[in-house]
Design a protein around this ligand. Structure first.
Ligand SMILES: CC(C)(COP(=O)(O)OP(=O)(O)OC[C@H]1O[C@@H](n2cnc3c(N)ncnc32)[C@H](O)[C@@H]1OP(=O)(O)O)[C@@H](O)C(=O)NCCC(=O)NCCS
Length: 203
């Protein structure tokens, strides 16, 4: 499938939040919070509106990718700015047809043109290795707690894009989702039952 990809407009926000909730529901835990993260992320200064893309099919939004600016801070307290990608969403009925890949490739090419050096993500290695993401440990970049784990990956957007960039990753505080705020936000959407499943993926 070769979907049309365009920048997201404020009038799309609701629909995109809806499909994000549908796509993430019960995948990583019972219910999900990615739709609230998306809702809040677009309002913080770290958000990069030039990299907020939607995939469109028959006038409906079927996918979304979004980026924010994050810092990698080394021992000498020097802060290096890179991009953090996520959430990446494809509506359940359109998954597995190349839409996520198209959004990933389109947005990373645009990020490179804009002069960004690298992208960091927390994601499923089985999916993201195909785009060249590697464990961030390779670049001596750790999580804010100083850890390395398989889902924490980096992609250089140009040769040696991460040369000299090492240290701890500092994401925007918006990524910490408050349970009470999520419960309130959920009231804006049709009720969905949460389930514990055997296949719940760990990030
Ligand atoms: C993950 C997601 C964005 C991928 O988009 P997509 O359009 O379905 O994927 P594509 O068609 O580009 O790629 C399909 C391939 O990805 C694999 N894939 C899809 N979701 C995957 C996942 N969560 N983990 C690992 N691999 C995955 C498929 O098995 C398929 O593999 P193959 O090419 O070897 O057959 C989409 O499935 C989705 O929104 N999932 C729910 C939310 C989510 O997990 N988002 C990503 C957060 S890290």
């Amino acid at each position: 499938m070769n979907p049309a990809i365009r920048l997201e407009a404020p009038t799309d926000f609701r629909e995109t939040e809806f499909i994000t909730r549908e796509a993430f529901w019960d995948v990583y835990k019972p219910g999900c919070d990615e739709h609230l993260l998306l809702h809040k992320l677009r309002r913080v200064p770290a958000f990069v509106p030039e990299l907020d893309f939607v995939a469109v099919h028959e006038n409906r939004i079927i996918g979304n990718i979004i980026y924010s600016r994050v810092k990698v801070v080394g021992e000498n307290a020097v802060a290096h700015e890179v991009l953090c990608m996520g959430p990446l969403t494809v509506a359940p009925a359109h998954q597995g047809r190349g839409v996520g890949g198209a959004l990933m490739r389109h947005s990373s090419a645009r990020a490179r043109e804009m002069g960004f050096n690298a992208i960091l993500i927390f994601g499923n290695p089985g999916y993201y290795h195909r785009f060249g993401f590697e464990n961030a440990q390779k670049y001596r970049i750790t999580t804010s707690e100083g850890a390395n784990l398989d889902p924490f990956m980096a992609l250089e957007l140009r040769e040696h894009g991460l040369r000299g960039v090492e240290g701890k990753y500092h994401e925007d505080p918006v990524f910490k989702i408050d349970a009470a705020e999520l419960e309130e936000f959920e009231k804006q959407f049709p009720f969905k039952e949460k389930h514990v499943t055997d296949t719940q993926l760990k990030l």
